[in-house]
Design a protein around this ligand. Structure first.
Ligand SMILES: Cc1ncc(COP(=O)(O)O)c(C=O)c1O
Length: 478
């Protein structure tokens, strides 16, 4: 196990050499209130070399997209172009302060305005708020907008949100946090929303349906326009979870299908390093119906200056301190501009790669929706390995030994022993072929030496960890 930095500490060892002080020395108590001054500060005493080695080693312990293939379904772990990192760390962006007067931050406001315009165009929306910090917060904002709409119209009976059984867990959670009751709609044998169940459950109490398209099975919801019409007939709205927008970008616009509100996951579709939980950005696009309720402030342009518009009379208010995760906006705009009019290639290649890989994996695992073409991802099942005592978890763990990040497992919930694979458009044919070879080897091992899989991984810094324990019993101190 890697030592912590303070465990390397040796009294008197130094990693810095400060220049001789060339300003007048002051007594700390003259400038800082005594109660805030510590007599002792237990900092590690280490040499520069030890420090460099320590952090370089730590940086290699994690599995990352920069070192290996990362087909984590639903997460769109695509390559993050390094040029975007350089742009996001330009001093003009780095040194901005959120308390600066808007007159002095015309550059970032112009960038936000431009990004908003591009997202409006790509999604087919009347307006966009860049405020939410992540997809899940975008969902919550979307539901607050839906709530405001119904309140405004006096639709007091609308307290239900319909959510398909294939949905990501954040969907029902966001609906519940926004104060709605959640009613689940079944999926049909093609993996799409079951039309019969949907029409049976739609009533005057339904405020909206939350749907993901392509859905979490990687399957396109072909009835999306009929679904929108059926909802609108009852003055219910259509929320689309845009986490899978990578499959549509430049080819289809959800606003054109009648979607009233959708969150974009900038950190997925438009790239941003987001392993380990951040940073994210979940802008929300809306139809004309929901525009009056958008959060304040909105970035606007008066023909001469960009400004923050706080005057939105029916606004739901603010959903984030300050304005949003600006560094993720910078990367997203750089990403969009780099592709320009060819941005549809992202969707084309994401789908091509997924379909190629699915074909390569044929026969290794069970494919519950074999008869339906996939979009940018697909969900297989490891139930066929159950007879050898092997589970999806074992397959996933063994992949780490072959230097591949496992796919998402056990989600969507409607597929037992699910393996949800999303190769993304940025992977080469050679990488996809390697992954297929790894899967073949692992399935072979499952049949001949299943115990090898049960104890995997063997090559990672930590072996099998209790995945939920860190959440339930966090130990935050050494
Ligand atoms: C389908 C889907 N919806 C919503 C989310 C939530 O997005 P975020 O992680 O940005 O909060 C995810 C995240 O993985 C997702 O896959």
């Amino acid at each position: 196990m890697e030592k912590l930095l303070f465990e390397l500490s040796k009294k008197g060892r130094k990693g810095v050499k400060l220049p001789t002080c060339d300003v007048e020395e002051v007594n700390l108590t003259q400038v800082v209130d005594g109660e805030y001054i510590r007599e002792e500060l237990d900092l590690p005493e280490v040499s520069e070399l030890d420090t460099v080695r320590h952090f370089s080693r730590l940086s290699q312990l994690n599995f990352s997209i920069d070192t290996n293939f990362y087909p984590l379904g639903s997460c769109t772990m695509k390559y993050n172009p390094k040029v975007n990192e350089r742009i996001a760390s330009l001093e003009g962006f780095l040194n901005l302060h959120p308390f600066q007067d808007w007159e002095t931050v015309q550059g970032i406001l112009e960038l936000a305005f431009l990004l908003k315009e591009y997202l409006k165009e790509l999604g087919g929306f009347a307006d966009v708020s860049l405020q939410p910090a992540a997809g899940a917060q975008g969902e919550l904002l979307g539901l607050l907008l839906i709530s405001a709409y119904h309140r405004d119209k006096g639709n007091s009976s609308k307290d239900i949100i319909l959510v398909p059984d294939s949905a990501h867990g954040t969907n029902p959670a966001s609906a519940a946090i926004a104060g709605f009751k959640v009613l689940t709609v079944k999926s049909d044998r093609n993996g799409e929303l079951d039309w019969e169940d949907f029409t049976k459950k739609i009533s005057d109490r339904v405020a909206a349906l939350m749907i993901t398209n392509p859905n979490t099975l990687g399957i396109f919801e072909r009835k999306i326009k009929d679904i929108a019409d059926a909802l609108h007939e009852r003055d219910a709205l259509l929320y689309m979870d845009g986490a899978n927008f990578n499959a549509l970008i430049g080819r289809m616009r959800p606003g054109d299908w009648g979607v009233d509100v959708m969150h974009f996951n900038l950190h997925k579709t438009f790239s941003s390093p987001h392993g380990g939980g951040g940073p994210g950005s979940g802008p929300v696009g809306v139809s004309e119906r929901l525009k009056p309720y958008l959060p304040v402030p909105q970035v606007e342009f008066d023909g001469k200056r960009y400004y923050l518009n706080w005057n939105i009379p029916k606004t739901v208010g603010k959903v984030l301190t300050f304005y949003g995760h600006t560094a993720v906006w910078v990367r997203a705009l750089a990403y969009i501009l780099a592709y320009g009019k060819e941005i549809f290639k992202v969707a084309d290649y994401a789908i091509l790669n997924a379909r190629y890989l699915r074909k390569k994996l044929e026969g290794l695992f069970t494919d519950p929706y074999k008869h339906v073409p996939c979009m940018h991802e697909f969900v297989l099942s490891a139930v066929n390995l159950k007879k050898y005592g092997v589970k999806a978890l074992d397959v996933a763990k063994r992949m780490l030994d072959y230097k591949v990040h496992p796919p998402t497992i056990y989600f969507p919930l409607i597929v037992p022993e699910a393996l949800m694979i999303e190769p993304t458009e940025t992977e080469s044919k050679e990488t996809l072929d390697y992954f297929a070879k790894v899967c073949k080897t692992i399935v072979g091992e499952a049949k001949t030496t299943p115990e090898k899989l049960k104890n995997a991984p063997y090559t990672t810094p930590v072996r099998r960890i209790k995945e939920a324990q860190a959440n339930r019993q966090p130990i935050l101190r050494f």
